[in-house]
Design a protein around this ligand. Structure first.
Ligand SMILES: [Zn+2]
Length: 323
């Protein structure tokens, strides 16, 4: 048995799934990127603290009035917060912070409606950083990933998939922001043209030293609730090593500069760990064996570990510098 820090899915929508099922699927920590706040002291009916992941969240989506996802059928009522002008940014960010958000989510989807102008986006980033919250952006449509980078956004909620990004932009991004992978949303095993674009961008971003966080956009389409084998395989196909994949899964919650200092909500469990039966294959080229082993993961509260198991912090971790 191997014990590791709790695996993080850095892009989920808890309002659209049954979070209690995540633990059995190996996910112990989640970053909710829009549309969810804890509703009460207790986790949702049918789950318990034992099975509920450690959760941090963005609360509302900040976007242009009538912009994405305010008109999407899947978006729960009240999940969007329109920001019309730079002077509206501080209030919009303050509202999310008051709701317990540890990250701010902005949407820049030029395909689905109006997007934030550069000044308003920059004002949101400034307001978020003043409150120590990183900003995560959904970017879609030509030029939107570059706009997010120019405004000082910290995280891209998806690997950019609308266009091939030039190498110089990727290199600049690699020095300053992290990408959340979400490759499998492009076809769910039947790769689309966007999957190819995203994979090519991610391969070059990773090669340039960019930080990649494992994330699935869980709640969006037919995705397994738990570790997604196809997402893991797609990351390996982009040139990440098995160590890189473990680093992408065990990264700290994104922070600006340290989300760890922010209060957790009541609807989170105590510290969780990942337990994987069997030993990790020793041959670094055995990626199928690695994936098979990894998919046996489940998440447990640390106190549930068998007495003979070492505590997670005493175990060797992949190189997590800067993550
Ligand atoms: Zn999403």
């Amino acid at each position: 048995m191997t014990v590791l820090p709790a695996f993080l899915d850095a892009h989920v929508h808890l309002a659209l799934i049954d979070p209690a099922a995540l633990a059995a699927g190996g996910i112990g920590r989640v970053l909710d990127l829009g549309g969810w706040v804890p509703s009460a002291a207790a986790p949702p009916a049918g789950s318990s603290l034992e099975s509920f992941p450690e959760a941090r969240y963005a609360a509302q989506f900040l976007g242009a009035p009538d912009g994405y996802p305010s008109r999407q059928v899947w978006a729960p009522p009240g999940s969007s917060c329109p920001v019309a002008a730079p002077e509206d940014a501080p209030d919009a960010v303050a509202r999310q912070a008051a709701a317990g958000a540890s990250v701010i989510k902005v949407t820049l989807n030029a395909v689905a409606g109006p997007v934030l102008d550069a000044d308003t986006l920059a004002a949101i980033v400034v307001a978020a950083h003043e409150r120590m919250r990183p900003v995560s952006a959904h970017t879609e449509g030509a030029g939107q990933a570059a706009a997010a980078f120019a405004a000082g956004v910290d995280l891209l909620a998806h690997t950019p998939f609308s266009e091939r990004l030039p190498d110089d932009l990727l290199a600049a991004m690699a020095g300053r922001l992290a990408w959340i992978s979400t490759l499998d949303i492009h076809g769910w095993g039947r790769p689309t043209a966007a999957f190819a674009v995203a994979s090519d961008n991610l391969r070059r971003f990773h090669a340039a030293g960019g930080r990649v966080l494992y994330g699935t956009d869980l709640g969006n389409g037919p995705l397994p609730v738990g570790l997604n084998r196809r997402e893991i395989e797609a990351l390996l196909d982009c040139g990440l090593s098995s160590d890189d994949v473990l680093a992408a899964l065990t990264a700290d919650f994104p922070g600006y500069p340290a989300a760890a200092a922010l209060p957790l909500t009541r609807a989170v469990s105590s510290e969780r760990v990942t337990v994987i039966p069997g030993e990790r294959p020793t041959d670094p080229t055995d990626l199928t064996g690695f994936t098979d082993w990894l998919l046996g993961a489940r998440s447990l509260p640390a106190h549930a570990l068998p007495a003979h198991a070492l505590p997670a912090h005493a175990l060797p971790r992949p190189d997590l510098e800067d993550l």
